[in-house]
Design a protein around this ligand. Structure first.
Ligand SMILES: NC(=O)c1ccc[n+]([C@@H]2O[C@H](COP(=O)([O-])OP(=O)(O)OC[C@H]3O[C@@H](n4cnc5c(N)ncnc54)[C@H](O)[C@@H]3O)[C@@H](O)[C@H]2O)c1
Length: 323
């Protein structure tokens, strides 16, 4: 079955999706909508799709089977609810929103509709990450340490706390999700964020430029995440998992896996294009009508969002948040 796809929001991330979907045989991008008409026309021309006048017009179940929702997280409105009610399958970029009540209601509507759904936690599709998950099954983890340092997104919405949620909610969410995927659920979160440097780059910025998050997990393990979006001289994204008889290190954003224990000391680098793998899995799920192979459903993405929003709440209320 050829899957007819519509795109809502065709900025930087959507361009990656469009590029990878071009290489997927049964994916057919047929329509595009963006508030920026020029961006919509450019994206549509690159794949021979039509430009729609509104998101509502694009969400026509007679014309598309699936929609990629790639607007920023503050600009999703009721897109997911509309798609679900019209029986349109959906891929929704992470993070899934900025308000847990709203996002949980969306998850319920999507669940009740029975449409195929995915959220953009693409790093789950790395073979290295899956191998780490398999290795950690049944092992006793006592500590997790993660970090993400780098630079920020150029868009104004990104540096506006109310619109992006900040670096943790928007970008470090990938590391939060990786921890959940390979090591289990978060239980408590205590966060401290700072804002001492970003105003030198962007005087209008309201996001934090660094964060330090302490947490405990359902297993009893404890851990921490440190992050900065003002670090041009040192970029990194990694998750380290410690046990008394092993050490697992997912470095280079999860693309490199090292495992150390009494029997082995291995390091592997993934050759997989995780966006391609993620999008192929979604398109095949829509074509077959089976959700099973999708590694991060909308509901799973909601659980990851809950951790980073709890960290923001912890900073605001200056207290530990229990998930
Ligand atoms: N999975 C990943 O690795 C990854 C990487 C980057 C970004 N993202 C996510 O993708 C989303 C988009 O990020 P981006 O980098 O493409 O941002 P961007 O600013 O480059 O593009 C956003 C696009 O959405 C359009 N838009 C804004 N409001 C709209 C609305 N109401 N209706 C239709 N179009 C609208 C804008 O005109 C723009 O073209 C964000 O949620 C971001 O967190 C995910």
């Amino acid at each position: 079955m050829s899957v007819r796809i519509g795109f809502i929001g065709v900025g930087g991330m959507a361009k990656y999706h469009i590029q990878t979907l071009k290489g997927i045989e049964n994916a057919n991008i047929v329509s595009v909508y963006d508030v920026n008409l020029e961006a919509a026309v450019q994206a549509a021309e690159s794949v021979g799709a039509s430009v729609k006048d509104s998101a509502d017009e694009l969400l026509d179940s007679a014309a598309i089977d699936a929609v990629f929702i790639c607007t920023p997280q503050f600009a999703r409105g009721e897109l997911e609810e509309t798609a679900a009610r019209r029986g349109i399958h959906m891929f929704v970029e992470k993070p899934l929103g900025l308000d847990m009540n709203i996002v949980q209601k969306k998850a319920q509507i999507i669940h009740d509709s029975g449409v195929i759904n995915a959220s953009g936690y693409c790093l789950r599709y790395l073979d290295t990450v899956r191998k780490a998950k398999a290795y950690l099954q049944g092992r006793s983890i006592h500590m997790v340490q993660a970090n993400r340092y780098g630079t920020n997104h150029p868009a104004k919405w990104w540096r506006t706390l109310e619109q992006s949620g900040g670096h943790l909610v928007d970008a470090v969410t990938h590391q939060v999700d990786m921890i959940r995927f390979v090591a289990g659920e978060f239980r408590e979160v205590y966060a401290k964020f700072g804002r001492t440097n970003i105003q030198f780059q962007y005087p209008d910025a309201t996001i934090y430029d660094a964060g330090s998050i302490s947490f405990s997990m359902d297993s009893g393990a404890v851990g921490s995440i440190t992050e900065s979006c003002i670090s041009p001289y040192h970029a990194d994204a990694e998750v380290k998992i410690f046990g008394r008889d092993f050490f697992v290190h997912l470095s280079n954003n999860g693309t490199t896996l090292s495992i150390m224990d009494e029997e082995q000391k291995i390091t592997e680098t993934s050759e997989i294009d995780f966006y391609q793998e993620q999008n192929k899995t979604f398109v095949n799920a829509v074509a077959s009508g089976v959700q099973d192979q999708i590694l991060c459903s909308f509901a799973e993405g909601v659980k990851t969002l809950a951790v980073s929003l709890a960290a923001n709440q912890s900073e605001e209320e200056q207290k530990k948040i229990v998930l």
